[in-house]
Every structure is written in structure tokens, then in C-alpha cells.
Design a protein. Structure first.
Length: 184
């Protein structure tokens, strides 16, 4: 314990000031200790929450790794059951799926009765590629024959896109190798 004593008359004022200063320092010290204690408690809470979240994420990662392994096996099994039948080189164009009479026919149905779907539907000569046939168009992707057209004869295909503007500037126009996908 800290004690102040006055040694001579007239020094009472100094003695009174010293304990007040000491008390102010002690209060400041207590306030700092309390703030530090609270900061440490907050950090411990955050650390505990981070550890809990880390455990949760580790469990999710384990589940994702397991799901990935299962899907990889499934993909191999699917890939093993697909046979590619090279059909030749086709000239590809595009048409839009908008339903305006003055653009692309506009009735909203393909020749097979389906709704044309951008990124899926393709028109072909049904004598060459039967309706319902899944095909792979090199540099374009997998599509399904659902439509035909008066200008689509022989080694020509017409790929459905979303808008008339996109049909006019479709980058895939030109010759592409085509394979029919036979799934067993």
C-alpha cells in the first residue's frame, strides 16, 4: 500500500494532491485492465467461433471430397456408356427462338412439336439425323435434333439461339465436324 505523509507545516496541499493523483492513475490502470480483459475475452470468443467454423468447414470439405469421388465415378460410368458415331462435316447456321411471325417463323414450336430451346435445339435433315438424336458439334457443344427446315438439307444444321440479334452474329457459323451420341 502506498502512503503519503506530510513532513512540515504548509505541505498539506502537496500531500492531498499526491493521493488524488495516485487514485487517478489507479482508476486509469483499472480502466485499461478492464478494457484489456474485455478485448482478450472478445478475442477468445472469436477464436472459439473460428475454431467451430473451421471444424464445420472441415466436415463440409470431407463431404464435398466424398461427393466429388462419387460423382467422378458416376461420370466415368456415364462416359463409358456413350458411343460416338462420326456423321461428317456439317455447315452450321443459327436461328432465333423469338416468337415473332416476321422473324424465324415465330410459331414457338419445332417440327417435332417441342419448344425450341437455345443451347439445346438444333434443326437437321431428318433423313440424315433423326429427331431426338443427341449430337456433338465440334466447337459448339452437345445439342439435340428437334427441328427441321426447308433450307436444312443434307449436311446442314441450324442451331437455336435466344435472339434474332444473336442469330445474326453467331460465331459458330461455318463447317464443323459432327458426331451422333449413342447412349447405351
Amino acid at each position: 500500500m502506498f502512503t503519503w505523509t506530510a513532513q512540515a507545516a504548509g505541505t498539506d496541499r502537496q500531500a492531498d494532491a499526491a493521493p488524488a493523483e495516485y487514485m487517478a492513475v489507479q482508476q486509469e490502470k483499472l480502466a485499461l485492465e478492464l478494457a484489456l480483459s474485455q478485448a482478450v475475452a472478445d478475442m477468445e470468443d472469436k477464436l472459439s467461433a473460428a475454431r467451430t467454423e473451421n471444424k464445420t468447414l472441415e466436415k463440409k470439405n470431407e463431404q464435398l471430397a466424398q461427393d466429388y469421388d462419387e460423382l467422378s465415378e458416376a461420370q466415368v460410368n456415364v462416359a463409358d456408356s456413350i458411343m460416338l458415331n462420326y456423321k461428317g462435316e456439317y455447315y452450321a447456321t443459327s436461328y432465333c427462338c423469338e416468337q415473332y411471325p416476321h422473324i424465324c417463323g415465330g410459331n414457338g414450336r419445332t417440327a417435332s412439336g417441342t419448344v425450341p430451346t437455345p443451347g439445346l435445339t438444333v434443326a437437321a435433315d431428318w433423313g440424315d439425323l433423326a429427331p431426338g438424336t443427341w449430337i456433338y458439334i465440334e466447337d459448339v457443344g452437345i445439342r439435340r435434333v428437334e427441328d427441321s427446315g426447308s433450307a436444312i438439307k443434307g449436311k446442314r444444321i441450324d442451331v437455336a439461339v435466344d435472339t434474332h440479334a444473336n442469330a445474326l452474329r453467331w460465331p459458330g457459323q461455318g463447317r464443323h465436324r459432327v458426331w451422333a451420341l449413342n447412349m447405351e
